[in-house]
Ligand binder design. Sequence first.
Ligand SMILES: Cc1cc2nc3c(=O)[nH]c(=O)nc-3n(C[C@H](O)[C@H](O)[C@H](O)COP(=O)(O)OP(=O)(O)OC[C@H]3O[C@@H](n4cnc5c(N)ncnc54)[C@H](O)[C@@H]3O)c2cc1C
Length: 618
Amino acid sequence: MSLFDKNISEEKLRSLELAEESREQEWKYPSFALKLFHGVVDSRLIDPFPAQSAEDKKIGDDFLRKLEALLRAELDPDEVDRTGQIPKKLTDELGKLGAFAIKIPKEYGGLGFSQVNYNRAIHLVASYCGSTAVLLSAHQSIGVPQPLKLFGTEEQKKKYLPMFGQGVISAFALTEPEAGSDPRSMSTTATPTEDGKHFLINGEKLWCTNGLIAGVIVVMAVTPPKVVNGKERKQITAFIVETNAPGFEIVHRCKFMGLQGIQNGLIRFNNLKVPKENIILGEGEGLKLALMTLNTGRLTIPAASTGISKWCLKVAREWSAQRVQWGAAIGEHESIALKLGYMASHTFAMDAISWLTASMADDKKKDIRIEAAIAKYFCTVHTWNIVDETLQIRGGQGYEQASSLKARGMKDYPVERVLRDVRINLIIEGTTEIMHLFIAREALDPHLSRVKALMDPRVSIGKKIKSLVNAGLHYLLWYPKMWMPVWGSGAFSSGPLQQGHASYVRRASRRLGRVVFHQMIKYQKKLESKQSVLNRIVDIGSDLFVMAAVCSYAQHLQKGGSEKENSVDLADLFCREARKRIEKNFKSTNSNNDKKKIRVSKKLLAGEFAWLESDIIK
Ligand SMILES: Cc1cc2nc3c(=O)[nH]c(=O)nc-3n(C[C@H](O)[C@H](O)[C@H](O)COP(=O)(O)OP(=O)(O)OC[C@H]3O[C@@H](n4cnc5c(N)ncnc54)[C@H](O)[C@@H]3O)c2cc1C
């Protein structure tokens, strides 16, 4: 669906308008991934690979040592899974360590760490206990610290940030029973009091992680509408809500497939009074705040996923070497060896993009909205595959609970718990499907902003002609470039193996630029709703971005002259695998079964295949 498509319903149009108004309109800084979708590989943005400075690394190393010692001493993840409780002693000690104020500047009582060191901490915790990693990251990747750091007033920062250094926990409340991926369906209201000094919040928020133990929560609520171009526009505003205020109610603690230790539930606001000073960013800016908070907040999930994948790699390696079946260690059977190759190469790729994107966030001179979304999408999908493959490699013992394994004297790898814990990452902080739409919208932006005026019925003929001329001139110069041959690999790779892959990235980027352009001409206004087409474009761009990151990372590791020199093998395998996927996606752009699938889906939804659901217990 598109804003300019006359056939879409009024409701869909309103949701799209709200999403459109809430997105960051400008590209203040360059984005490597954005350029990649338009045929340009700007290697200066990723090469040389941004190494952590020795000073910053030491700060991180010291903290990680203490954190690991604390986790080993006070946390049994299987006990958390069984009891549904993260021990109070652990959260108290984490508070004393500053683990709830990792990124908060020192002047506000935090540790003042870089994004890289924060991500290293979450990577470590996630490799051990999913529930504890989510407790820490929901609090400071999306909870009160992050939006306050980005948009808070000095008064708000002084009032709230110091409490996190003392161990207070926060949460982020956007989702409601009827508002999941589409925030316009939100019905929690914030009504100004007569004197205009306060707002009264009423409504319910669902699945609010940490919501049951938080001291403060960022709450998105609907404030009175504004009239824009003669039409009423829904306003969503972000408030800092203190949970000890009268009117705050915990209705229900939710239980899930995994992450048994998280304190997540349904919370209710009954005329909860908040001063207007507690609005962050401004009235009506709540959704923009949520989206911009997530641009950096989203980087924690890739780091956590990488930690989990590395743990899986260790389990799979040990078990594949140890377990003997049919006269050989299972790792020597080709089916298992193929899995191990996939796991190692893709874990390496996750390592590359996790640290690249975290460093980009620290650098603050690059736009990372697409990169962060790709990192989230890529790492969560492959981590899910990797955990699944680890379970398969462990065979029956993969399916057995760790406590049961331990009771009969076996090695108690908790793979089934990890599988249950990790699945949610494909849903939270933007589902995989929404990540595709988000990446596609941002990637198409340079084209859309050029033709926006042409497609908008509200724009005058004069302005349309001017836009047409400007767009025509641009495409006259740009399009032939997309057909020009590419020589060499560009700057981001000098090793012989990477060179071939890096030059492939440059060629494929131009091809992608052409494909995007051709699809725009083919579908015009309808391209924004052609998710089947957009998904492939996004998948190609994502794999190309990861390939570039992988080449640059391997290059960087080789310079170190250490045991990591053989990272080139991992980089080479990853790139070969990615190239196969990319070629398949290019091919499927024109030859696929999409129409047939959609036709079957329509019939299914209409109940025409109800007969297939026979002989089951309904
Ligand atoms: C354990 C857990 C922790 C959470 N923590 C928080 C939290 O701390 N704070 C918070 O605010 N929320 C939180 N959430 C909510 C989470 O962010 C939502 O579940 C998520 O946004 C998806 O919303 P939904 O589940 O209602 O799915 P829906 O939006 O109903 O989507 C259902 C399916 O349809 C797909 N879909 C929806 N729209 C489209 C579209 N336009 N095109 C294609 N596909 C589409 C989705 O991708 C999904 O596959 C949490 C949820 C869970 C389960």
